[in-house]
Design a protein around this ligand. Structure first.
Ligand code: PMP
Length: 291
């Protein structure tokens, strides 16, 4: 067996009677991004778009890079990662230990990370996994994360009131929504975004500390399907993530703190009849320097 054979089929944790969270830290490299990395590489191998020794390039806030770096190490590819320099040192260290090369751009400049990735891929003939516009990103979550959630929530309640989470590429949000809304057409889709960078709400892009979400554009998100956008500050996300560690033994990063806090606030305000689901996207160890 290889590490990537253990991607997915993650547990659903109970946060409280009304809130449940998919524990994506269970994936081998520690985040939800193992799912799309494995799905995209498997597809490329099946279609003979990748040969052993080839170079893969991606722009990422970190977890996608870590996931692809793991896959590249496992399968014999070279990995180049373009990312804003303000992402945590722990993430960079993990990528380097998996053998990947990091190419820095300015703090918070995701647009530049993406354009540089595209330039380098074309110039060097590298395989561009293109997570921000790749339809396989949504498809992966529709067929894996979303189907797992459907099966896991069935054992708890027939009434799924809302799916609440932040978005990086939006792949998790849209893919899971596609799967869940087929059986729960009344379910509400609620987005969470950093208060310092409220781009989905129409505000200005800003530097924030909730790595992995709110990176500057809405990418794959279909805003027509989003009922409401909740703003969570970096500080509040941090405090909530730390409380999850200390009070629940759930060791997760800031975007998980933002997701849980956003969901709790929504539940308090809306008092829904059914349960609410969110995502615990990655492990807390990659944030020691930020907590
Ligand atoms: N949280 C973290 C920590 C992430 O790294 C990501 C991916 N960038 C997300 C949430 C959002 O996932 P998605 O790209 O599927 O929207």
């Amino acid at each position: 067996m290889r590490p990537s054979d253990f991607v997915g089929n993650t547990p659903l944790l109970k946060i409280n009677d009304r809130l449940y969270a998919k524990f994506e830290t269970y994936n081998p490299s520690g985040s939800i991004k193992d799912r799309i990395a494995t799905y995209i590489i498997n597809d490329a191998e099946k279609n003979k778009n990748l040969q052993k020794g080839d170079t893969i390039i991606e722009a990422t806030s970190g977890n996608t890079g870590i996931a692809f770096a793991m896959l590249a190490a496992e399968r014999g590819y070279k990995m180049k990662i373009v990312m804003p320099c303000n992402m945590s040192e722990e993430r960079k260290q993990m990528m380097r230990l998996f053998g990947a090369e990091i190419i820095d751009v300015d703090a918070g400049d995701f647009d530049r990370a993406i354009s540089l990735r595209d330039e380098l891929a074309i110039k060097n003939g590298w395989f561009n996994t293109n997570q921000f516009s790749n339809p396989l990103n949504i498809e992966c979550h529709e067929k894996t994360t979303g189907v797992e959630l459907l099966n896991q929530t069935k054992n708890i309640s027939n009434n799924l009131s809302a799916f609440i989470l932040g978005t990086g590429t939006g792949g998790t949000m849209m893919g899971c929504y596609n799967a869940l809304s087929k059986e729960h057409p009344e379910m509400k889709l609620i987005a969470v975004e950093p208060a310092e960078s409220p781009v989905m709400s129409g505000g200005e892009h800003g530097v924030h500390g909730i790595q992995g979400i709110g990176d500057g554009s809405k990418f794959l998100v279909d805003l027509k399907k989003v009922e409401e956008i909740l703003l969570v500050s970096t500080e509040d996300a941090k405090v909530r993530a730390k409380a999850l560690m200390r009070e629940n033994g759930i060791f997760v990063g800031l975007s998980s703190g933002a997701n849980v806090l956003g969901a709790e606030r929504w539940i308090k305000k809306n008092n829904p009849e059914g349960i609410v689901v969110t995502i615990l996207s990655d492990r807390g160890e990659r944030y020691f320097s930020c907590l």
